[in-house]
Structure formats: C-alpha cells, structure tokens
Unconditional design. Sequence first.
Length: 486
Amino acid sequence: MGIEAGTVMLGIIGPEVVLVVAALGLMVADIIIKDERERQFLVWIGVAGILGSLAVSASLWGREVAYGFYGMVVVDNFSTFFTLLFLVAGGLTLLMSHRYVQERKLSPGEYYTLTLFATCGMVLMGKSTDLIMIFLGLEVLSVSLYVLVGYVRGSDKGVEASLKYFLLGAFSSGFLLYGIALLYGATGSTRLAEIGAAIAQKGLLGEPMLLAGMGLLLTGFGFKIAMVPFHMWAPDVYEGAPSPITGFMSVGVKAAAFAALLRVFAGSLPGLGIQWKEVLWLGSILTMTLGNVTALMQTNIKRMLAYSSIAHAGYILIGVVAGGETGTTAVLYYLLVYTLMNLGAFAVVVAIEQKDEKRLELLDYAGMGTRHPALGAAMAVFMFSLAGIPPLSGFMGKFYIFSAAVKEGYLGLTIIGVLNSLVSVYYYLRVTVMMFMKEPEAEITPVLFHPSLVVVLIIALFFTLQMGLFPSTYLHIARESIKIFL
C-alpha cells in the first residue's frame, strides 16, 4: 500500500494507543486508590496494557506494508518486530519493578505510567519513516527516563545520574535535531524515502551539508547506543538508576536507537554507505574494546553490566557495518537475544539487591550460589550467555554477527571482535566464580523470591536456552523483518 495523502489510519498506531490508554488508566487509578496495599496492584494495569499491545502488534505481522499520518509512520514486519521487542522489554521491566517499588515504598502509579510512556516512545521510533517523528519518539522515551532514573529521591547517586542523563541527553537531542535540519536543507524533506530519492536524483553524495547532517545524526544515535566516544553517561547513569530501569535502558534504549539507525542509514542513506560505515567501523572497535577492558576493573555489578552493555553495542555495530541480508538479520537476532539475557541478569541483581543500594558489589555475591542454588544457576546461565559460551543464545548471536562480517570481507574487524569476546569471558566468569567458589565474608541475608521476579527469570532462562539451541525460527523472523531494505 502506498502513501496516501491525508491518511491517518489509527489502526497503524494500535499498539501505541493501547499503551497510552493503559498509562492514562494507571494515572486515574493512582488518584482514586488511596490504600497503599491496594496501590501495589497497579502494576497489573500496566502488564495488561503491555499484553493488549502485544496482541495488537502480533496481529499486524505479515500484513501488507501500510503508511499513515501523511506517511510519517509505517507498519511493516521491521516495525512490528521491534514493537514486539520493546513490549517484551517493557513487560519484563514492570514485573521486575513490582517488588522493587514495594520494598522502597515508591509511588507505583507514576513509576509504571512513565515506563509505559517510555515503551511507547520506543515503539514510535521503530515505525517512524520521518526524521521529525523519530525525534518525537526519542523525546517521549527520553523525558520519561530522565524522571525514572532519579525516581528514588533519597538516593544521591540517583539524583546525580538523572541530572547527568538529562544534560547529556539534551546535548544528543540537539545534535540529532541539527542533523535533521541540515538533511532537510540539503534534500528539501524530512521523509526518509524522499531523502533517499533526492540524493539519488540530484547527485548529492558529495554535498557538504548532507555529509554534515549525516555526521550529526550518527552523533545523536551514538549517544543513545553508548558508542565510544559518546558513552560517558552510561556507567554513572546505569549505576545510579533503579536496577529495573537500568536493565530497561540497557536493552530498550539501545534497541530503539538501532531500529532508527537502521531505518535511516540502511533504508534512506545507502548511497553514503562508504562514509558512515567507515565511522561505525572505527566506532565498533573503540566501543567493544573500551567496554570490555574497563569492565575488567569494575567491582560494582551494575557498573560492570554498564560497560558490558557498551561492549555489546560494539558487537552489534559489526553487524550494522557488515550490512546486507546476513548482517542486518544478525543485528535483529542479536538485539532479541541480548534483551532477554541481559534483563535476566538484571532480574537476579534486583532479587539480591537490598534497600539503600546494598548488595551491589561483586563481593556481596560471594557464596550466593551455594546458599541460593537456583538463583546462582540462573545468573551463571546469563553470564555464560553474555560471554558467548555455547550452546546459549549469546554464542549464536555473536556467531551470526561475526559470520556476516567475514562474509562481507571485514576479517580484521571480526578478529578484533573475537578477541574482545575472549576478554569479556574473564569478568563474566568472575561473577560465577564469586557465587560458587568463594565463601562470604559476612552472613548472607535470605533472598525473598517475589512471584513476579520468578516469572521474569523463567521467561529469560527459557528463551536464553531455546534461542541458542533452536535459533532457526528467530532467524527466519528476523530475515522476514528486513525484506523492506533488500
């Protein structure tokens, strides 16, 4: 279906509508319900919204490509894939947050509402075909997270993290907006299809304004995926934010930025591939190397996972640089794999963590595996998967990323990626060794397993194992999602 002038088609934004209705319902329920014990059940309104949005999104899979809102948004398999990914991340985050919010006596209505709005912003980024719409989705996502990062008001680290994220996020938004302005000046449009057509028809490949706009867009997206040298905000923000939100940011924001990056550069600026691939080639090497080397020196579990997240952005960039059907398919598969195994790891962190940011040092994990074998085994699986040890999904994700790079002739980049992956094994296994082979220095306080956390761990464990052992189904889905670029 082509773009129809004036077409609105509310069905195209069905998933977002469900999320917004659920968020508004949460706000109203938060005002009406006064009893503190009853307010703890507000999470289920958010979960219901996520499930409803998942159902609507699933119904859009495989349909004919449809545009709406004057061609600013599109429903295709690519946008549907990322919508489902964002909804899974948002739903698991809500479940992880249930116990966290209860124990710290945080206001649940605002917390869950902001999480739904952040998810809605991600969904908008994934299905936008206009640079202005991408920017609006990014701002909906960012503003919600600025508040969520500093939601624990008594935490000095949280307030500092929120301020840093706000200031650096504002800078990145400025770069992105200025890049959009330059692209508009060079091509006369903000629609991705029209930008690509203008570049091809007018021969603008060497236009300085176009190249400057491309560079500023890369800078804006680089901040969001924590690509070196635009990663400075990530460790402090990840450490200071509430642990469920840290997990949400480490997968959701990254996936949303990659969705927009692929839509813009692979879909609209393929003619400039030589230029932007050179930048991302260097960015990939710096990102995974700095992330892994710095992670070796961390003693705080959240800071370690923050640098780990930076390193994984570097691996994903290898797939973006490789491009083509194989590389882009590997990127989508890896993002799905990374979302589930990283959220699983953060679910264990939330289970072990206590009030006042206690039990976040690696030494606090000593003996945890022998005292709580189920929790220790789950963390070991997630750490092994993040390290890329077969037959887990993390190994398959790296295998397909590296295979795509070799196929496209990026042998040197692949070797650097493999070496970085070997370096990462040390700090991931260090957590497992600490849990099973080191005696605790003090008495371990019992861990209370909240039912919602157990659900998150079961889901994450199942798919971390299943996607590693039987990846073909998910690779097929990823391949179907990128046909619009081929």
